[in-house]
Design a protein around this ligand. Structure first.
Ligand SMILES: [Zn+2]
Length: 111
């Protein structure tokens, strides 16, 4: 999508700290972190909501979680991490391109 910040970062049109990138997805640093380590895992396919994604990308979300678990130490998440997908306004989704928040690097509030 032309005006999507995540698509622009992937294409190198705007700066972003990319920690991992393959053809299917990338992991970047969140520019406004809510925890000591706050990363975003973003599929290449532009889709605003889970309801919009293709079957291939639905499988990819699982692959992304597996990759994150294998990169746990490399990403600074040795003692655990939290994965969150915000969907829509009430959840506070600020970019209309599905992404998984990866949070950790410190003791997170329980809920
Ligand atoms: Zn996008």
């Amino acid at each position: 999508m032309d005006n999507c910040v995540f698509c622009k970062i992937r294409k190198g049109e705007i700066p972003g700290t990319i920690l991992y990138k393959d053809e299917d997805f990338m992991i970047i640093k969140n520019i406004a972190p809510s925890s000591k380590v706050h990363l975003l895992a973003i599929p290449t396919e532009h889709a605003p909501f889970i309801a919009d994604i293709s079957e291939k990308s639905a499988e990819l979300l699982g692959k992304m979680m597996s990759k994150i678990s294998h990169m746990q130490e490399e990403l600074g998440l040795t003692n655990g991490y939290r994965l969150i997908i915000n969907q829509g306004e009430d959840a506070g989704q600020t970019v209309s391109h599905i992404h998984i928040h990866i949070m950790g690097g410190e003791k997170l509030a329980e809920f």
